[in-house]
Design a protein around this ligand. Structure first.
Ligand code: BEZ
Length: 211
């Protein structure tokens, strides 16, 4: 049974490039991004992990801890990290899980046998401070993920969690947001002092509350 949005993210213990970890302990009260990649010493993965390292401050600003995963060994990860640092101009600053027995990959349904029997696909999970799964995306091995989009989704999820707003299509940080349907129109002025516009009774927009 695969994980779905709202499910509790399974806890696990793992060997990583930064030592042994317990997932829940590692996350603490932070948000989490757990993402798998098909393998060490592969070109697209090298750019993805480099980009993630380069965005360290952006993840930290949002109180997000990042963890990568493949079924390769810790020794392999260490060698590859040297290449990532050299070629991408970064210092890999987050743990890479060595899921050699595939227990975590199986718990998170990261191996899709009709794509590859022996490697994880590009799965990515955003996990909330309550340990619930907030986002799941799956990309094929040949397509590197857009980490600006991951940050954008984190911003949207955090706005919903903190302010009761949702974000419209193609929303970017700083643009107007949507008041969630659970909030009655008569309650909007007290909750959103910057004002609002009711385009339809069900479509109420307001300036981004934290800007
Ligand atoms: C890569 O990570 O570069 C990659 C892995 C498998 C297939 C294609 C690309």
């Amino acid at each position: 049974m695969s994980l779905r949005l709202g499910d509790k993210a399974p806890n696990f213990q793992a060997k990583t490039s930064a030592g042994d970890i317990d997932f829940y302990e590692y996350l603490g009260d932070s948000w989490g991004v757990l993402f798998s990649h098909p393998g060490d010493y592969t070109p697209v993965c090298t750019t993805e992990l480099g980009k993630t390292a380069a965005l360290k401050d952006e993840f930290a600003k949002r109180n997000v801890k990042v963890l990568a995963l493949s079924v390769d060994s810790v020794e392999s990860h260490h060698g590859w990290i040297g290449d990532i640092n050299e070629t991408q101009g970064v210092e890999v600053n987050f743990p890479i899980i060595a899921d050699e027995d595939r227990k975590i990959s199986e718990a998170y349904d990261m191996i899709h046998p009709n794509a590859s029997v022996n490697a994880t696909v590009r799965s990515l999970f955003i996990i909330g401070p309550d340990k619930a799964v907030k986002l799941i995306i799956t990309y094929p091995a040949s397509t590197g993920r857009n980490f600006q989009e991951i940050l954008r989704v984190i911003d949207s999820l955090q706005l919903t969690a903190n302010y009761g707003v949702a974000t419209p299509a193609d929303w970017k940080d700083g643009e107007d947001v949507v008041v969630v349907p659970a909030i009655k129109t008569e309650d909007i002025p007290a909750k959103f002092p910057k004002g609002y516009k009711a385009i339809k009774p069900y479509l109420r927009i307001t300036p981004q509350p934290n800007k």
